[in-house]
Design a protein around this ligand. Structure first.
Ligand SMILES: Nc1ncnc2c1ncn2[C@@H]1O[C@H](COP(=O)(O)OP(=O)(O)OP(=O)(O)O)[C@@H](O)[C@H]1O
Ligand SMILES: [Mg+2]
Ligand SMILES: [Zn+2]
Length: 613
């Protein structure tokens, strides 16, 4: 039988305490200069040294050489109050959790009257002081305020707020803190070497993370790992599994897949998380932590090693590659998405579902309309066409681009020279030319045409139905973010709009190949006899043109065809047969089509001021 690690290594002097300099330094000074108060309150999170410090303080006060900031360790008092000592008659440690009433307080009061048996002071340590009842505290008030010269009080508690104010104001309050990871890691390393156990790289940082800044918790975990290790060596796999961490290999797998936009791999890995019985929330936490590490690596460069302590060099190298694969903006976007998912997941009935949705969001920054989302898209685009240098200067530059382009993003477009056949002339002529952003990231029409086969292949992979429709299309123009597509017939256009999200699939494929988010504009391949179609006389429509761009190109999205539009606009030709002029024949047919095209595809409202109609 061995005693627990945290008991064997309980500090015996203030110098041995780690991470509590804010407390130990002033206390030691007070001891050295003999300005010791009669009552102390030690507060702070669990397992960070309150009880230990109370004992050390008692030892310092009662040391034969004292009061001193460093107990001699050899006098009878020091020996009795050491780690393995029997305890001293003059230091009374009271567990307030079980002695919390008025009677206990009275008892204490009576004991305090007697002088110390041997040493300088009679010291009362009230541990877990928050458990004392208000009545109990009130019974103590008087003696804590003006104790006999030989009495000292030390209260220790995790909840100082529960110690009544009148007691608190009679004490010197020293707040303890959680121990920072770096110090904890160093301490654990030291412990391992004095315990002569070998610990695989990465294990101690898992312990530190699990311990959450509490020394006792961290030591307990380490103790457990050592107890379960074979041949005096703590293995990484066992530690990760026992502590419930996502295995670094799995984490790498997911992050690599994210960086490569390999959805299949992402979802396969996520499935692995579920299948191995891991807590999805824990996985998301680990993922967030990993992404944060990558951000640090990308932002700090070679200095990262000193920021991310405890990560082995080869792992750091691997992470650097991962970080470069992402880019800062995309990383930030991913981290934000993951963070949001983490918040949403708490209390969610199906964390797995949230996890998968989160993955989808990380994979498709295009669905994110925030600035970070846009930045991520721009960055991807820059990388694709070899513009972005990936150095520190680029993020700032791309922020500017985003701001510029978002300002212009809305009514940007125009219906210019290549007006869709059948769109009635006057409105089309009324060009609302708003400064078009110079082809985002510099994708040109030529690039579009060159990449078209690739885009089609991708569409084919995603949806056969969409491919059938997209196959018959051709690219006519690309300006701003508007891609003009030529359809063979109205029927084609209809199926493009209706066929199971064909437009979305195409948009997604374009995003993946060229990294641009486009809006579609349709053009029908006009047959010669349709050409003179526009039946309406060329008549400017000044009233509306000023208030609103006539032909704002809307995205072709089935769900976007808001009923509002239909309500606002004139009734659809089909449902309004009276609009049909019997004798116009083909010309009218195509004008009607043009109108519906305007309304449905482009979101514009045809003027209903036509004399003849
Ligand atoms: N600052 C520290 N430096 C080194 N070891 C520490 C420190 N804090 C705690 N420990 C270790 O943790 C063990 C528990 O510490 P201690 O009993 O002082 O915690 P506590 O703050 O009183 O916690 P609780 O609020 O749970 O009572 C100690 O035996 C020691 O091994
Ligand atoms: Mg304690
Ligand atoms: Zn001593």
């Amino acid at each position: 039988m061995v005693t627990a690690l945290y008991r064997r290594y309980r500090p015996e002097t203030f110098a041995e305490l780690i991470g509590q300099a804010q407390v130990t330094a002033p206390l030691m000074t007070a001891l050295r200069t003999d300005r010791v108060n009669h009552a102390y309150l030690f507060s702070g999170p669990r397992g960070c040294g309150k009880t230990t410090s109370a004992r050390i303080l008692a030892r310092c006060l009662n040391c034969a050489e004292g009061p001193t900031d460093t107990p001699c360790g050899v006098c009878p008092s020091c020996v009795e109050l050491s780690r393995d000592g029997s305890g001293s008659l003059d230091v009374v440690e009271i567990d307030a959790a079980s002695h919390n009433g008025v009677d206990d307080a009275r008892d204490l009061r009576e004991r305090a009257i007697f002088a110390p048996a041997r040493d300088r002071y009679k010291i009362f340590i009230l541990d877990e002081a928050h458990m004392v009842t208000p009545q109990g505290f009130n019974a103590l008030l008087k003696i804590v305020e003006e104790p006999p010269a030989h009495v000292k009080f030390i209260f220790a508690t995790t909840e100082p707020d529960k110690v009544i104010g009148t007691i608190r104001s009679r004490t010197h309050h020293y707040p303890f803190r959680l121990v920072p990871p770096a110090q904890m890691l160093e301490y654990l390393e030291q412990l391992c070497s004095s315990e002569k156990v070998e610990v695989a790289p990465g294990v101690l940082s898992l312990v530190v993370r699990s311990g959450g800044g509490s020394v006792r918790d961290s030591l307990s975990l380490l103790d457990q790992l050592i107890a379960g290790s074979e041949g005096g060596k703590v293995e990484y796999d066992r530690a990760a599994a026992l502590l419930g961490f996502t295995h670094a290999a799995l984490l790498d797998e997911v992050v690599d897949a994210f960086a490569a936009k390999n959805s299949a791999q992402v979802f396969a890995s996520v499935d692995k998380v579920i299948q191995t019985g891991q807590d999805p929330r824990r996985f998301v936490e680990d993922l967030l932590e990993h992404l944060r590490d990558l951000i640090v690596i990308l932002s700090v460069g070679d200095e990262a090693k000193s920021v991310l302590r405890g990560i082995p060099a080869d792992e750091l190298e691997k992470m650097k590659t991962q970080a470069l694969g992402f880019g800062l903006a995309e990383l930030t976007h991913a981290a934000e998405t993951v963070n949001a998912a983490l918040t949403e997941m708490s209390g969610a009935t199906s964390p797995k579902l949230h996890l998968e949705l989160m993955c989808a969001k990380v994979l498709v920054p295009s669905s994110d309309q925030t600035e970070v989302g846009s930045l991520a898209r721009i960055e991807r685009l820059e990388r694709r066409i070899g513009v972005g240098s990936g150095d520190a200067a680029s993020p700032a530059a791309s922020v500017a681009t985003v701001q510029a382009s978002t300002q212009n993003a809305t009514p940007v477009t125009r219906i210019g020279s290549e007006k869709p056949a059948g769109v009635s002339a006057p409105k089309a002529e009324k060009i609302t030319e708003v400064s078009a952003p110079a082809g985002i990231g510099g994708v040109t029409l030529t690039q579009f045409k060159d990449s078209w086969p690739n885009i089609l292949t991708l569409v084919n992979k995603k949806s056969k139905a969409a491919w059938m429709v997209a196959f018959a299309l051709s690219v006519v123009d690309f300006a701003g973010d508007v891609l003009t597509l030529k359809f063979m017939s109205q029927k084609d256009l209809d199926s493009f709009k209706n066929a199971s999200g064909a437009s979305e699939v195409l948009r997604g494929a374009i995003m993946d190949v060229l990294g641009v988010q486009v809006k579609f504009k349709a053009q029908i391949d006009a047959k010669p006899e349709d050409a003179p179609a526009p039946a309406a006389p060329a008549e400017p429509a000044p009233v509306k043109a000023d208030t609103k761009p006539m032909a704002v190109v809307e995205e072709v999205e089935p769900q976007d065809q808001a009923p509002a539009q239909e309500v606002a606009a004139a009734p659809e030709p089909k449902s309004a047969p009276e609009q049909k002029s019997r004798n116009s024949g083909m010309a009218d047919e195509s004008a009607r089509y043009g109108e519906s095209l305007l309304r449905e595809m482009l979101g514009a409202e045809p003027m209903q001021d036509k004399n003849g109609k």
